[in-house]
Write a protein of this length. Structure first.
Length: 411
């Protein structure tokens, strides 16, 4: 008996380092997957501790607050076991049985395998527990009745189905998982219907979020805006490329997620989005001023007055200060709302990879008349955006009326 106990003790002693190494690998993998799933962006308030919750998420049905997902047993997920965490992640089901609001993208995560969920949970167990309750979400009736989400989930909770990938490369398949499931890109880049569900027949064709357009990610539309595989991979890794810089809701995605992903995964995402082979990126030629509409010709002077100091007279931009207008993806969008919002609201100072910075861009909402703003938009879109049509003052005013209140604008 004594001899047997000695053998068991030796076996346990030899296995312990292997088990510890496995656990350590799972935590490291979970940290990477949590970054890829962009958990920190929605579960961290501005200036708050990572994963401690409190971020206000504005929806058409009211403001929903990101929850505390640190290991706090009172305020976080410290009491969750792996199965309960998997149910929350993929079914939108809390430990107490209540339904989560679909601001939590379980409608995309439902395709996540259990092993990835367990790894994320293993990592979250290692972060510092924050003993602070996140603000309680309080929506108006009937949206505050969580029980009603049972029917919603039955109809829409598992609507997302991945397209067949027979004959596709491993890189394409990996990109599909990174984009559609972990990255849950469709949650913002897909239009939603009246019940707030993604319109899967229009998947990745673009959606409006807090007054901004999350543009189409379809391969043909990306190529039409000048994207190729290298530029798209660079954009995801560095937050900037020849097409411009990330701003608005995409900047936190870059800051918290994509810049920390591996080069092979970023390349796989670009391969999936652009297709394999990818359509040829459209190259634009600048339109001479004389060939522009009268409104756009007047807009040239407005550009020189308020834009050229940073973006340069001929639109080439200035390194570390302002992006170029030539080839800028925002100007090439058929929908002008993002360009309008940027001109009116401005963009805060942004820190990109390494030592790269972009200085803050002021808003000009109180400096340009409706006519001047319309002329400037027409000049930018016709001169550098390849948009042949002309916006009328009424078109711009309608978009201005659709702008969200100041407190609802992107963080």
């Amino acid at each position: 008996m004594k001899h047997l106990l000695s053998r068991l003790t030796l076996a346990v002693g030899l296995a312990a380092p292997v088990l510890l190494a496995h656990a350590d690998d799972q935590v490291k993998r979970g940290e990477y997957l949590a970054r890829a799933a962009d958990c920190v962006a929605c579960h961290t308030a501005p200036g708050g501790a990572p994963y401690a919750g409190g971020l206000p998420i504005v929806s058409p049905f009211g403001t929903i607050y990101g929850t505390n997902i640190t290991p706090s047993k009172e305020h976080g997920i410290g009491l969750y076991n792996d199965g309960e965490f998997f149910a929350a992640l993929t079914e939108g089901k809390r430990r107490d049985g209540a339904n989560l609001y679909p601001a939590m993208p379980y409608t995309s995560y439902h395709l996540m395998p259990r092993a990835d969920s367990d790894a994320i949970h293993a990592y979250l167990k290692t972060v510092e527990p924050i003993e602070r309750a996140a603000p309680v979400t309080s929506l108006s009736f009937p949206f505050n009745v969580r029980l009603g989400l049972m029917g919603w989930n039955m109809l829409y909770g598992k609507d997302l189905k991945l397209a067949p990938t027979d004959g596709k490369s491993d890189e394409f398949k990996r990109g599909e998982y990174m984009v559609e499931v972990l990255g849950h890109c469709g949650e913002c880049h897909t239009p939603r219907g009246l019940p707030g569900a993604m319109q899967q027949d229009k998947r990745l064709t673009g959606g409006v979020l807090n007054g901004y357009l999350a543009p189409s990610l379809l391969a043909t539309d990306l190529a039409a805006r000048g994207w190729n595989h290298q530029d798209l991979s660079t954009f995801l890794k560095h937050g900037m490329s020849a097409q411009g810089t990330m701003f608005n809701e995409m900047f936190p995605v870059f800051h918290n997620s994509t810049q920390r992903l591996s080069d092979p995964d970023l390349a796989a995402m670009a391969t999936y989005l652009l297709g394999d082979p990818a359509p040829a990126a459209k190259v634009l030629t600048e339109v001479p001023l004389a060939q522009m509409s009268p409104s756009a010709q007047r807009g040239r002077q407005d550009y020189l007055n308020v834009c050229a100091g940073c973006h340069a007279p001929d639109g080439e931009g200035k390194p570390h200060i302002a992006v170029a207008m030539r080839g800028n993806t925002t100007l090439r969008l058929e929908d002008p709302r993002n360009l309008l919002r940027v001109i009116e609201d401005g963009i805060g100072e942004q820190q990109f990879a390494g030592f790269e910075r972009m200085q803050p861009m002021p808003g000009f909402a109180d400096k340009l008349s409706h006519e001047q703003l319309t002329d400037l938009l027409n000049y930018l879109r016709q001169g550098w955006g390849g948009q042949p049509g002309e916006l009328a003052v009424g078109d711009v005013q309608k978009l201005q009326a659709d702008a969200p209140p100041a407190e609802h604008k992107a963080h």
